[in-house]
Design a protein around this ligand. Structure first.
Ligand SMILES: [Zn+2]
Ligand SMILES: [Zn+2]
Length: 426
């Protein structure tokens, strides 16, 4: 049968493209895979396509993916509206034929409206633009862990102090507080200010996609039952024999009769899996108070291969991990936030300690290479900002800007999210 390989080929290509588009900017692993695939495509294309076309495509790709523009927002609009149009024109009429007493319109419209509202908010809300007027306040919200974020560092472009967990977005050309990643779909950074809307957008999108897939499947199943397709037979064109209908034959028949429906349903099922995984990954980060940017930083931490006795490894772990005694001191004393100078002193003394001949007497460092991979202190680094489930969720739902308003505190007087949460409890 020609249909099945064609259909599976479509599913495979759609799946690979969707994985790369969804995950390439979000996980270090897929980023490296997409980079490798990009290299292979570029090498192949350079052999076949004329240079002026390559340069034109490069300019378009640079404009779409590396500058602030509305192309992908427009694309998202087309996909969502297009999907809902197919749902309304092809799927709903079938459902109203077989189940006329039910309201099939209400839920999809609610999901569409809520999703577009969340999309608009994650596009339009300030993610946490760091300016000269708020930098001092934002720098007081998180302590530098000394590994991913160094105290006292400055953004070379904005010429402003770099608060811990912030990052300069090269696409938006600004530093963003609690930077997660730059989302090409929303044409905006995802940061402390709009993370809750970004989550609202992701979860409502997943719900909308699941609902569409379920509705489409139900419509097709009702039609198969009503027409008793599985009980009938078909004529094999090669032999002329009448054969019983199998599931692949039934799918092919539905595809020929309702191509848009089958296309929509198969795309929605794949999107359910991929968007679901993407959303679960971001939810996992949220629950552990981590950002995508921090996952990248952890993945890029240098791996220090240690030789000799296992005790040596343990001593190294203690001296470099953010969970080591002095870092713990910084973390445990939530009330007293160390000043930048104190932290600088501490990080200097920690470096001294780590490099002093006394502490490293028995240590035999064989190799010190920066590679992506497993780090001995990865777990401690990744949990540095983890304050527990409740606090982590509160931090996303009520970012600093809301809390300052709720407490009627001038931004300059906001000490830290912890102290505000404590005041709020009282
Ligand atoms: Zn900057
Ligand atoms: Zn950005």
């Amino acid at each position: 049968m020609d249909f099945l390989p064609f259909f599976l080929g479509y599913v495979g290509i759609f799946g690979i493209v969707a994985v790369l588009v969804l995950f390439a900017n979000s996980t270090p692993y897929f980023s490296s895979v997409s980079d490798r695939i990009k290299q292979i495509i570029i090498r192949t294309v350079h052999k076949v396509v004329p240079t002026f076309i390559i340069n034109l495509v490069k300019d378009i790709v640079h404009y779409v993916f590396n500058t602030r523009n509305h192309v992908m927002q427009f694309m998202f609009g087309i996909l969502v509206v297009g999907g809902n149009v197919i749902l309304m024109m092809d799927v709903m009429p079938l459902l109203y034929i077989f189940e006329p007493e039910e309201n099939h319109m209400f839920l999809p419209m609610v999901f569409l409206f809520v999703n577009l509202a969340a999309f608009h908010l994650s596009c339009a809300t300030d993610p946490g633009h760091i300016t000269s007027s708020n930098v001092a306040m934002l720098a007081s919200l998180y302590k530098a862990d000394g590994i991913m974020f160094k105290a006292g560092s400055q953004c070379s472009t904005c010429k402003l102090a770099k608060p811990a967990r912030s990052k300069h977005c090269s696409i938006c050309n600004r530093c963003v507080h609690r930077f997660d990643h730059h989302c090409i779909w929303t044409n905006n950074c995802v940061g402390a200010g709009n993370l809750r809307w970004f989550f609202g957008f992701l979860w409502t999108l997943v719900v909308m996609v699941v609902n569409g897939a379920v509705m489409g499947t139900r419509a097709m199943m009702l039609m198969v039952q009503h027409l008793k397709i599985m009980d009938s037979g078909y004529v094999d064109p090669s032999t002329g024999n009448v054969l019983p209908v199998t599931i692949p034959v039934m799918i092919q028949h539905l595809f020929m009769q309702h191509p848009r429906c089958v296309f929509l349903i198969s795309s929605l099922f794949m999107l359910t899996v991929l968007l679901g995984l993407f959303t679960l990954y971001h939810t996992y980060l949220l629950l552990n108070n981590q950002t995508t940017n921090e996952r990248y930083k952890i993945a890029d931490l240098p791996v220090v291969k240690l030789g000799g006795h296992p005790q040596d490894e343990a001593s190294h772990k203690e001296s470099t991990s953010p969970g080591s005694s002095e870092n713990k001191q910084q973390r445990d004393k939530n009330g007293r936030h160390l000043s930048g100078q104190d932290q600088k002193k501490n990080s200097k003394s920690s470096r001294k300690q780590a490099s002093s001949p006394k502490s490293g007497e028995n240590r035999k460092v064989e190799n010190n290479t920066a590679v992506r991979g497993h780090k001995c202190d990865e777990k401690d680094v990744s949990s540095f900002y983890n304050k527990g489930l409740y606090q982590n969720i509160c931090e996303v739902l009520f970012p600093w800007s809301d809390l300052a308003e709720m407490q009627e505190v001038a931004p300059q007087n906001v000490q830290s999210t912890d102290s505000i949460h404590k005041r709020k409890k009282r």
